[in-house]
Design a protein around this ligand. Structure first.
Ligand SMILES: Nc1ncnc2c1ncn2[C@@H]1O[C@H](COP(=O)(O)OP(=O)(O)OP(=O)(O)O)[C@@H](O)[C@H]1O
Ligand SMILES: [Mg+2]
Length: 556
């Protein structure tokens, strides 16, 4: 089935149902309305207020009036016959009207009897009226009067009986008609009630059927669309496979088929691209590792180069103490040999002067020899510290103050002829997470630069000063290397961190010192390096390292 068919079916069901409902309501209620109107009209026509009833009442009243009027005869009869006659005439006319119009509602006997008796009364009345003007007197006249009177009374009595019959019949007619009307009203009310119940049932059925059809349409249209949407979202957003049975109308089944093909195509594309990206990422990762390795190698190579360059100076540094260690040890050796010969009797016993000389100088010589050895040990230890090499990405909590002191010792020969090096190291400095081999190299580069700046400065007559300090600022450690050299000229300030930038003569400087320092601090340690300089006054380099830095390379 197609979507169009569902829509047409639902629309037809809705419209058809509504039309049937309207027709049913119209038929049922218009029938009831006309029955009500008819009944109302009949009710108006019947009952005590009806024309028939009032006509009968008029006949009864006028006839009874006539008979009542005759009750006062013969005491008061002047003009009495005229009144009675008029009433009788009226009664006759009324009876004729009733006979003409409502004879079917009464027994024929009742009306005929009544007619006969009215005429009987009328004849008796004529007789009495005739005797009233008779000239006869005496006993005969009295007897005739009494006979006429009794004939009238008999007729009047019969008439009254008939009148009662008529009244009874009229009352019974009215009553039975009223009962009949009541019954019909009841029937009508019942029909109206039934019509209302039927109407409600029809409305409920209509809405029930429409709701059922709407629900069927929803199941057939909306549900497959919803499932389709869910399957597409699951597949496209969450990467789940597109699994959906083909259900619903033809269009939705076709859409499901096409979407499946599309999503599968997309999935394949995504899989291919993901694979390509993964390969690329892997390549990049390898390249980065290679680069990192090269950078570390570069730093180390520069350090080794520095060690090479510093080697002569360091050899000299070691040479001087070893020289006087040697002199002092020789002096002590000679003295001991002389003493031993004297004690064994093979040599001369030293005089008081010689002994005094030995007492004064031997402990000092031993002290100086030990000091010299200590100096040599310090230099060797510093060399070892300085040349220490961490793995490329390794960062461990390190003692920066100790590292700075070692580097200053290693670089002694670079600064000691032009400057004095002082340190101002924060004794409470916590261990800083870093690659100490790399930091050593940075500090060495900055000390050597400072020494060179002082050496090349024209304003420095005597020795300059290099001040190296460490400070803790909340979560950061700041190292400063300050010199009182000539400062960095303004036009080169923006370039000093560039690789291979140097103002030194070819062969003297390679221009790599600050480039490596920048790389190590910012890239490898996520720190910050900057400087402040003043022409003719000197330069301060700042290095800021975070105590929260992760214990591995920021690049890795
Ligand atoms: N403390 C300083 N005072 C004045 N100028 C400086 C100072 N430090 C560096 N510079 C300037 O910055 C330039 C670059 O320094 P960098 O250390 O990178 O290279 P270099 O010292 O010239 O050579 P290399 O260090 O490779 O032997 C130097 O040539 C110098 O002009
Ligand atoms: Mg340098």
């Amino acid at each position: 089935m197609k979507v169009r068919s569902y829509v047409i079916l639902l629309t037809l069901a809705g419209l058809g149902g509504a039309s049937i409902l309207a027709l049913f309501g119209w038929w049922k209620f218009s029938g009831l309305q006309s029955a009500t109107d008819d009944l109302r009209k009949e009710a108006e026509k019947s009952g005590a207020a009806s024309q028939e009833y009032s006509d009968v009442q008029a006949l009864l009243t006028s006839t009874r009036d006539a008979l009542n009027a005759m009750e006062v005869y013969p005491k008061e009869f002047k003009g009495l016959f005229g009144v009675v006659r008029n009433s009788i005439v009226y009664s006759v006319a009324a009876l004729e009207k009733i006979t003409d119009e409502y004879s079917s509602n009464y027994k024929a006997d009742t009306l005929n009897q009544l007619k006969k008796e009215i005429s009987g009364v009328s004849v008796a009345l004529d007789q009495m009226e005739k005797l009233r003007f008779s000239q006869k007197g005496g006993e005969t006249s009295r007897r005739e009067h009494e006979a006429a009177r009794s004939a009238f009374d008999v007729s009047a009595k019969d008439l009254e009986i008939s009148l009662d019959w008529l009244q009874n019949e009229a009352d019974s007619n009215t009553k039975s008609r009223k009962n009949e009307l009541d019954a019909r009203w009841l029937d009508l009310e019942q029909s109206r009630k039934e019509a209302r119940i039927f109407s409600w049932i029809a409305i409920v059925l209509y809405f029930g059927i429409t709701a059922f059809l709407a629900w069927r349409t929803y199941r057939s249209l909306a549900q497959p669309i919803q499932s389709l949407e869910n399957a597409a979202s699951n597949s496209l957003d969450e990467g789940k496979p597109f699994i959906l049975a083909e259900t619903g109308p033809a269009e939705i089944r076709s859409l499901t088929r096409r979407l499946r093909v599309l999503v599968h195509g997309l999935e394949e594309q995504v899989a291919q691209r993901t694979l390509a990206l993964r390969t690329k990422a892997h390549q990049l990762e390898e390249e980065m590792m290679q680069r990192k390795h090269l950078e570390t190698q570069l730093v180390h190579a520069q350090k080794m180069e520095a060690v090479g360059q510093l080697a002569a100076g360091i050899a000299h540094e070691i040479n001087s103490p070893s020289q006087f260690v040697n002199d002092n040890v020789m002096f002590l050796k000679d003295a001991i040999n002389e003493l031993l010969a004297a004690v064994s009797g093979e040599g001369e016993i030293p005089d008081a002067k010689e002994i005094e000389f030995l007492r004064e100088n031997a402990p000092g010589s031993a002290e100086q020899a030990l000091e010299g050895m200590e100096r040599i040990t310090t230099i060797v230890k510093s060399m070892k510290n300085f040349a220490y090499r961490d793995a490329a990405s390794e960062k461990r909590p390190q003692n920066l103050n100790q590292a700075i002191e070692a580097t200053a010792v290693v670089a002694t020969n670079e600064w000691k002829y032009h400057a004095e090096l002082k340190t101002d190291l924060d004794p409470n400095l916590p261990f800083v997470p870093c690659n100490i081999g790399e930091i050593n190299q940075v500090v060495l580069n900055l000390i050597v630069n400072a020494a060179h700046a002082i050496r090349d400065s024209e304003s420095n007559d005597g020795k300059g000063l290099i001040l190296v300090s460490t400070r803790l600022y909340e979560q950061y450690v700041v190292i400063t290397i300050q010199d009182d050299g000539g400062g960095i000229p303004e036009h080169v300030q923006g370039k000093i961190f560039e690789p291979f930038f140097t103002t030194k003569e070819v062969g003297v400087g390679t221009g790599q010192g600050l480039a490596i320092a920048h790389n190590v601090i910012t890239k490898s340690h996520g720190g910050h390096i900057w400087f402040e300089t003043e022409q003719g006054k000197g330069t301060i380099f700042f290095i800021r390292l975070s105590l929260d830095a992760p214990l591995q390379s920021s690049e890795s």
